[in-house]
Design a protein around this ligand. Structure first.
Ligand code: NAP
Length: 460
């Protein structure tokens, strides 16, 4: 047989997950010097992962990344096999038999738990559910969020918390020309929320927002950003953190909080978005649904950049009927693939998957949030995927066991035997075109299909 990576014997790689890290891995493989065929497997009928169903609808610029993914998908070496679930429709063992290597780029689909009593009360939601719901993700399409309360609480001060609280703070006019799902816009139009509390367990110098995202709260049509001057008093360790040149983003965040604290409240605005610090939920209380949150006041302890929140034992209560936990994502295990339970990632060495004994698992690679945890912006995934693909290409000789692989053909055969019809990239282009067409009369970039059956009916 010809050498692996030649036109006669191309390297066959299956990529599990069509989000940014999956596309960047495909790009790195297709642009490499060897001959490759890449099959990207996706659970939904639609590609692009969090760029489609995570990035906030009012951040359309961030979705420009899709333009690059479309170029990658145009390559004759790229193939999309969508609407199939690995571990259910196709096993990992079957992928190993059909392809020389498998790259897991399935992201972090679940949430970290707070671990406090009442966490699962009605009215207490994860950011994942809410973000998926307003972005029209089929898994969250039918969730119901009761926005008839005065007060909402968001736990966490990262960019997902910023997205959730901003969407709750905006008017319908500020959202109606985005690709927000219509069912979400209709519910938000009826919202009675007046106070949106965004609560951090550490101080204003440790908030994880990026400046651009926080600045947007100062520009909302009908919502005042509120921070008290008292809340902005810093300990010596936090002052020294902000003086560190490399920590310029945190300094900008702190300066923005200071600017918000000096603003006069505009009484013509009906909502307030209140940023509070040094508090951790201890209990969510309610009979059949959330009524109030017991919060413990924290202090910071530790050296600069290593400060952690320490409970003081002093509690306060905040009445609220709806709470969103936005404290970070975690991955979900795939049957047959090693998983680090406490970190919520696939254990790996620079993208080579490792087992419990730290031994490299042949054929298995990983990239993106499931490789390194849920951090960084969309572009961060490019370097992450490039690192993984470099390792994979270094291993080329080891991946060649002399046995002929059938790639996508083997996968199609298995699916056919189970009467499963995958969605290919041309099918997706039909769904895409129809969504864009549906958005046009409303002045929206697209009106997404939010049920899988609806998407599939377009491809027929
Ligand atoms: P994140 O940035 O890691 O923020 C998580 C927040 O939850 C932090 O404030 C963290 O506080 C807090 N937290 C964690 N455990 C907690 C607990 N047990 N109790 C209370 N608070 C807790 O995560 P994320 O907001 O989910 O964002 C994930 C990644 O996606 C980030 O890199 C983010 O920048 C990115 N993203 C970017 C955009 C954008 O570019 N527009 C939009 C959305 C997301 P500590 O700091 O104390 O741990």
């Amino acid at each position: 047989m010809s050498t692996l990576g030649t036109e006669q014997n191309p390297l066959l790689v299956a990529i599990v997950g069509s989000g940014p890290s999956g596309f960047y891995a495909a790009e790195a493989l297709i642009k490499s010097e060897i001959a490759v065929k890449v099959d990207v497997l996706e659970k939904l009928p639609s590609p692009f992962g969090l760029v489609r169903s995570g990035v906030a609808p009012d951040h359309q610029k961030l979705k420009q990344a899709i333009k690059l993914y479309e170029k990658i998908a145009d390559s004759s070496d790229f193939n999309l096999i969508a609407n199939i679930t690995i571990g259910i429709d196709i096993t990992v063992e079957e992928l190993c038999a059909s392809h020389h290597a498998v790259i897991f780029t399935c992201g972090a689909e679940s949430d970290r738990k707070l671990g406090v009593p009442g966490e699962d009360l009605k009215g207490s939601y994860t950011a994942t559910e809410f973000v998926g719901w307003y972005n029209g993700h089929p898994d969250y399409r039918d969730r119901e969020f009761d926005l008839s309360h005065d007060v909402a609480v968001i736990i966490g001060q990262g960019n997902v918390a910023a997205d959730v609280s901003r969407i709750l703070s905006k008017t319908v006019d500020e959202l109606k020309y985005t690709d927000i799902a219509q069912h979400a816009l209709d519910t938000l139009a009826e919202s009675k929320l007046r106070e949106i509390h965004v609560i951090g367990r550490r101080g204003p110098a440790q908030a994880k927002f990026t400046p651009k995202e926080l600045r947007e709260f100062g520009e909302l049509t009908d919502c005042n950003p509120i921070v008290t001057e008292q809340d902005l008093l810093l300990g010596l360790e936090s002052i020294s953190e902000l003086e560190e040149k490399s920590n310029v983003a945190s300094k900008k965040i702190y300066d923005l909080f200071c600017e918000f604290s000096k603003r006069d409240i505009d009484n013509n605005k009906s909502k307030q978005c209140i940023f509070s610090f040094l508090m951790s939920p201890k209990e969510l209380v309610g009979d059949s649904r959330l009524e109030k949150i017991v919060l413990e006041i924290n202090s910071l302890s530790g050296e600069p950049f290593k400060q952690s929140a320490r409970g003081s034992g002093k509690m306060i209560e905040l009445e609220s009927g709806i709470l969103f936990r936005s404290i970070g994502y975690r991955g979900i295990p795939i049957k047959g693939v090693p998983f680090h339970e406490s970190w919520g990632i696939i254990p790996n060495a620079k993208g080579r998957v490792t087992d419990n004994d730290n031994n490299v698992v042949p054929q298995f690679y990983t990239a993106g949030w499931i490789k390194r945890g849920p951090s960084g912006i969309i572009g961060t995934n490019r370097a992450c995927s490039v690192e993984t693909v470099s390792c994979l290409l270094e291993d080329l000789k080891k991946l060649d066991n002399g046995i002929k692989k059938s790639g996508a053909d083997a996968i199609y055969k298995i699916l056919q035997s189970m009467n499963i019809h995958p969605v290919n990239y041309d099918d997706w282009k039909k769904i895409d075109a129809k969504e864009i067409q549906r958005g046009e009369p409303k002045g929206k970039p697209r009106e997404k299909y939010t049920y899988i059956d609806e998407m599939l009916s377009v491809t027929e």
